[in-house]
Design a protein. Structure first.
Length: 318
């Protein structure tokens, strides 16, 4: 059994995630190999029966029915989804209300009894804001591309033209990931015919950092699992659009490693997946950190023990 050095030991692990999530199941297996029970709690599957008391003098009572097997649990906040009202409820407002009530009961109980949640939901929500990420990255000494967030066609055109005069292309990114598709980074040459569309909502415009060396770094507490991204499609601005990329283990420059650790600490994150591009002149540019990023492709291709590291992190209180 995993040797735990803290004063209070988690008795179990709860992973809040869709029940079929491959990453959740991989970490569940690693937790169980360490000798601890682990439950995957899908909020969409809680709409059956739930009862827990608040009248105990010592603590909340364990639910009479529900996904959490132990009150001394450590939680992995792995891409949680909201509860959905049963299909026979057709009224939109009733469906929204019922789902919100189940979420309040489920998450309220979980937050009340958990010894820790990795990552803390409040920190993860804040860190998911790309503007916060970029501002924090600059504050800890990381280099970011020249950036403008706007829905003003005039400002956007000026930004694009300033880059063009310097021989630089401009890319556009969404501020929030679109549902069920990749929020791909795209080159934008100008706004002709798209001014009205831009006015509807702001976007991120950035100076394009031309392809040098792309790095994918998964962080779990004090461990960093870094890989270079190998793609034959050098013309691609965003390597995620290449289905045939491969990866190679790599070691990070200690200065970059320290600054990434500082970023994670400043954002209050214990785990996340970071994208960095090292330009042709050797400058590492921070692009983003995904608090619930995918990592199994690195584990499978490079034999990185990331799921095991996460299991140990969940059994270590911080």
């Amino acid at each position: 059994m995993f040797s735990y050095s803290g004063q209070v030991e988690p008795k179990s692990v709860t992973i809040v995630a869709p029940s079929g999530d491959l990453h959740a199941n991989a970490v569940k297996r690693e937790v169980e190999l360490l000798g601890y029970p682990c439950t995957i709690a899908d909020p969409r599957e809680t709409l059956q029966s739930l009862a827990y008391g608040l009248d105990s003098e010592d603590e909340l009572s364990v639910p009479a029915a529900g996904p959490v097997a132990d009150t001394a649990t450590s939680v992995w906040w792995r891409r949680p989804v909201k509860a959905i009202a049963p299909d026979h409820i057709s009224n939109r407002e009733f469906r929204r209300f019922i789902g919100a009530e189940w979420d309040a009961a489920f998450y309220g109980y979980l937050r009340s009894v958990a010894l820790q949640i990795v990552n803390d939901p409040a920190a993860e929500h804040k860190a998911s804001l790309k503007v916060v990420q970029l501002a924090t990255a600059r504050r800890v000494g990381l280099t970011i591309p020249r950036t403008l967030v706007t829905n003003d066609p005039v400002r956007a055109s000026e930004f694009i033209e300033t880059g063009r005069r310097k021989g630089r292309r401009t890319v556009v990114k969404p501020l929030t990931p679109p549902a069920n598709q990749l929020g791909e980074t795209r080159v934008v040459e100008g706004l002709e015919g798209r001014q009205d569309a831009l006015r509807q909502a702001p976007v991120i415009l950035q100076e394009c950092i031309e392809r040098g060396t792309d790095l994918r770094i998964t962080v779990v507490d004090d461990e960093m699992f870094a890989a270079t991204v190998d793609s034959e499609r050098d013309a691609l601005v965003d390597w995620r659009a290449d289905e045939n990329v491969s990866y190679t283990r790599t070691n990070l420059d200690p200065r970059l490693e320290d600054r990434l650790a500082g970023l994670m600490d400043a954002l209050g994150l214990r785990t996340g997946s970071i994208d960095v591009r090292v330009s042709a002149d050797g400058t590492p540019f921070f692009f983003e950190v995904n608090p619930s990023g995918q990592f199994l492709f690195l584990e499978l291709e490079l034999d990185y023990p990331i799921a095991g590291a996460l299991a140990r992190a969940l059994l270590t209180l911080r």
